[in-house]
Ligand binder design. Structure first.
Ligand code: PXP
Length: 239
């Protein structure tokens, strides 16, 4: 199981002043030096954090894998085909949301996904779909040609005060993981993972990748980015 670090919120902080610091690429390189095996960024329609130029800069300068999160907007699809990240993760996007609020409704957009997977595959780009930990969603992801699924852990994370419901959500994540693996899909998980709740997810050893952003960037204020990335890696390795 590897850790991918989402550096969107380094850009959020940079944009708060419209200046050059903190530097998104520098943060990505620190995360890599600390042991992250991939860098994740999400170019949103409103460009509220990552900007187009950041995506090129990251692709051209990081030495691990670039996982480019995107919704299916024509201009962003065109940018992905031009940048050629290693993986695109397709997410739903609402203009008014503070962060991605749930998995993609794969049934509603299955035809668009088939076309998108073909376009990305023609360029050698792998496709991951951000979905709810749900067997039907996994089945549809496989049928449209995705290489990978990322299971949404946000519901699990938000149930921190309700142990039995949270355990139920973990079971769903575990079952969806095993089902996806049985279909030959690679499996990632992410959203809302932090220093307290990552261990239980990391116990599901069939998960290949964790994608963590907000908690890494916020804990960096306390511990520094390098030490924080290392803390998350030790949680993964201890489980
Ligand atoms: N995975 C996906 C698909 C996301 O959209 C996000 C948020 O950008 C994350 C993982 C990371 O979530 P968090 O910032 O809560 O760690």
């Amino acid at each position: 199981m590897i850790l991918n670090v989402n550096i969107d919120h380094v850009a959020t902080l940079r944009n708060a002043r419209g200046e050059k610091e903190p530097d998104v690429l520098e943060a990505a390189l620190i995360a890599e030096a600390a042991g992250a095996k991939g860098i994740v960024c999400h170019l949103r329609e409103d460009r509220r954090h990552i900007k187009d130029a950041d995506v090129y800069l990251l692709k051209n300068n990081i030495s691990t894998l670039l996982n480019f999160e995107m919704a299916m907007y024509d201009d962003i699809i065109a940018l992905a085909l031009d940048v050629v990240p290693h993986v695109v993760t397709i997410v739903p996007e609402g203009r008014l949301e503070l962060t991605t609020e749930g998995g993609l409704n794969v049934l509603a957009v299955q035809h668009e996904l088939i076309t998108l997977c073909k376009k990305m595959h023609d360029k050698g780009i792998k496709v991951s779909l951000f979905i709810e930990p749900d067997k039907t969603a996994v089945e549809i992801a496989k049928s449209v040609g995705a290489d990978m699924v990322e299971l949404h852990t946000g519901t699990y994370a938000n149930l921190s005060d309700e142990t039995s419901r949270q355990n139920g959500e973990l079971i769903r994540i575990n079952e969806a993981t095993l089902f996806a693996k049985s279909l030959g899909l690679r499996v990632a998980a992410g959203h809302g993972l932090n220093l307290d709740n990552t261990a239980a997810v990391a116990k599901i050893r069939e998960i290949d990748e964790l994608s963590i952003g907000h908690s890494i960037i916020s804990n960096s204020l306390k511990y520094g980015l390098e030490a924080t990335v290392k803390k998350f890696i030790s949680i993964i390795e201890a489980n």
